[in-house]
Design a protein around this ligand. Structure first.
Ligand code: ADP
Ligand code: MG
Ligand code: ZN
Length: 610
């Protein structure tokens, strides 16, 4: 067996590599730069952690979030890998201690926040040791085209320039479009990197978009179908988190909440309640989730549309990390667009941007939003839409998403399309500018709304033409026309505008049809059947919880759910058998083996076996 496989077994307890890992590891070991683009949960960390254990010298890992670093360092230490982190959560004394140990050669990996790279103290320390590898995690943060641009990531470039010997540099990210990938490689100055882009597809995730009249009712019914299952409900804003969480609690659902406005201690407690399964539903803003490796999340529901496909896929991707079937359901309402736009135009500042940078970020944000809106409105395969976005080829229909399984009927709407398009045209002829969908619908339905009357829209010929069509039905037709490319919404002012294609309908009688959902398919909660006996898994979880509490770490740091399920399926008796469990390395076997073997033995006896 070669060294990297040995390390994989010994420290991490896994039998084999996943797609892409081995090639990326080999490249770095051979001194070549590497660039890994793999989906959330794909196993990017191992790609630099294993070289770190084999290369001569220290590996620096650059990571954007304090919680993420803490988590990974804790997990590494439990696996027997000496590691530390340097960020603003440490006191000057603690940082000095890390420097001392670093100089004494006590760590294989040091995680560091980008803001710290250029400090005098750190620079003087790294000049005195050999840096073998600089691994940039969440590398999309360096690109202004990415959703999480962090100017501090640009310091990595200056930092590398300050080193006498350039180390191997590797970069990792989950959500990078082609453009962002190019940007990352260029800015970081990767030298002929081995680039591995594993598929973006997550076949075990089932995607669906719903447009409920009443989001709370829709959410409650989804949760009622999924009792005792663990899931995340993402909301657009802090206030929404509070009201939704309260609403769920009022109905006796074990919900907890997370957002940037809560105290650090409440966030910690709530996050742990969720991770320890004391509370099954986490209601949160997008502040929650990065670096959370909770494997038994079986659904991610978006209470509102997020701001970009990258954000959506990252958040939804937190479901089904263990490979089990999981649902990703988005509850969409047209009003979500306004909220998202507001949030993009008024970002909560994390870092100071120049006026120019800010303008670019907002502009990019609005363009990404448009793609996100497209996802909510499309009647095509949702998985296909996602893969298109990330530039991956795919089958026309996955057969397993909300749109593929919905029962659509074709309906001819040529006449209605003519009325809608001509109304859009007349409004802009009359006003000299265009109105959003709401104004168009009010005009078509003959609304007595003050604004409509004061604009004189009751005098144009299409006023009241569609009096008998319901708001919802009309909205559906407008969406469909937009989908089919007859109309488009201007990104910044939100006005509905005709496209060139509209002319064919207006002047040449081109027929138009739309897909209508016959009935909205009620998604059944997926059956989750872990391979081991339920009773044993419960017992092992209880033991894990006790040990985790003693050691003051989250349960998954002791063992992941996937590891416990494998353990329950194998029911090891000897230490040797225990080591074959996926996720059990020698360090953890030494530390926890006896306790878990005893628990399994007890369980077998209770079942009447010896
Ligand atoms: P990413 O950073 O790509 O989102 P992580 O590095 O956090 O993913 O890995 C996700 C999970 O997969 C972790 O629990 C990790 O231990 C596990 N994992 C990684 N590589 C393997 C492997 N080769 N076999 C089994 N599990 C793995
Ligand atoms: Mg990661
Ligand atoms: Zn599909």
């Amino acid at each position: 067996m070669d060294r990297k496989h040995e390390i994989l077994h010994q420290y991490f307890g896994y039998p084999s590599f996943r797609g892409g890992q081995e090639a990326l590891i080999d490249a770095q070991l051979a001194g070549r730069d590497a660039f890994g683009v793999m989906p959330t949960g794909g196993g990017k960390s191992l790609c630099y952690q294993i070289p770190a254990l084999l290369l001569e010298g220290i590996t620096l890992v650059i990571s954007p979030l304090i919680s993420l670093m803490k988590d990974q360092v804790m997990a590494l230490k439990k696996s027997g890998v000496p590691a530390a982190y340097i960020n603003s959560s440490l006191s000057p004394d603690q940082i000095r201690l890390v420097y001392q140990n670093l100089l004494a050669g006590q760590y294989r990996l040091v995680y560091i926040a980008p803001e710290r790279l250029l400090t005098e103290g750190f620079l003087s320390v790294v000049r005195r040791v050999k840096i073998a590898l600089v691994a940039v995690d969440e590398a999309h943060c360096i690109s202004q085209w990415g959703q999480d641009f962090r100017p501090s990531y640009l310091r990595i470039v200056d930092f590398l320039g300050q080193l006498e010997d350039r180390p191997v540099v590797s970069a990792f990210t989950a959500t990078a479009t082609q453009q962002v990938q190019e940007d990352v490689a260029r800015i970081l100055g990767l030298r002929d990197p081995l680039r591995v882009v594993t598929g973006f597809d997550r076949p075990n995730l089932r995607f669906e978009v719903r447009r409920p009249q009443d989001k709370n009712a829709a959410l409650l019914s989804l949760l009622a179908d999924r009792p005792h299952q663990s899931g995340i409900v993402y909301c657009a804003a802090r206030r929404e988190v509070e009201t939704v969480c309260q609403m769920l609690r009022d109905r006796g659902i074990a919900a907890t909440r997370y957002h940037g406005g809560l105290s650090e201690s409440e966030r910690r407690v709530n996050q742990e309640d969720f991770i320890y399964d004391r509370r099954t539903v986490m209601v949160a803003t997008n502040a929650f989730g990065m670096g959370i490796d909770k494997s038994n999340v079986t659904f991610v529901i978006h209470y509102a549309m997020p701001q970009s496909m990258e954000a959506y896929y990252q958040e939804a991707g937190r479901a089904g990390r263990d490979g089990g079937v999981a649902d990703c359901i988005l509850l969409y309402a047209p009003g979500d667009i306004r909220t998202a736009k507001y949030l993009i135009e008024h970002p909560s500042e994390q870092e100071t941007l120049s006026e120019e940078e800010r303008r670019r970020v907002v502009e990019q944000g609005l363009a990404r939003l448009e793609q996100m809106i497209g996802y909510c409105k499309t009647t095509d395969c949702l998985r296909g839409y996602i893969l298109d976005y990330f530039g991956q080829a795919h089958e026309a229909a996955c057969g397993n998403c909300g749109n593929c399984t919905a029962d659509f009927a074709e309906r001819d709407i040529t006449r209605q399309a003519q009325m809608i398009l001509s109304c859009v045209k007349r409004i802009s002829d009359h006003l000299g500018y265009s109105l959003g969908a709401t104004g168009v619908m009010q005009t078509l339905r003959g609304s007595k709304n003050k604004r409509i009357l004061s604009l004189g829209l009751d005098t144009i010929s299409t006023y009241g033409l569609m009096r008998d069509t319901s708001r919802q039905e009309l909205q559906g037709m407008i969406d469909s026309l937009e989908n089919q490319g007859y109309l488009r919404t201007h990104v910044s002012h939100g006005g509905l505008m005709l496209t060139e294609r509209a002319g064919a309908v207006l002047f040449r009688n081109e027929p138009v049809s739309m897909a209508v959902r016959r009935r909205s398919e009620a998604v059944r909660a997926p059956e989750r059947r872990p391979r081991g006996e339920e009773g044993l898994i419960t017992a092992l979880k209880a033991l894990r919880l006790r040990l985790a509490k003693e050691e003051k770490v989250p349960a998954y740091i002791v063992f992941t759910n996937a590891a416990l399920e494998d353990m329950a399926a194998r029911e090891p008796v000897t230490m040797e058998e225990f080591l074959t469990v996926s996720g059990v390395g020698s360090h953890k076997a030494q530390r926890y083996g006896e306790a878990f073997l005893a628990e399994i033995q007890r369980y077998r006896e209770g079942r009447g076996e010896r």
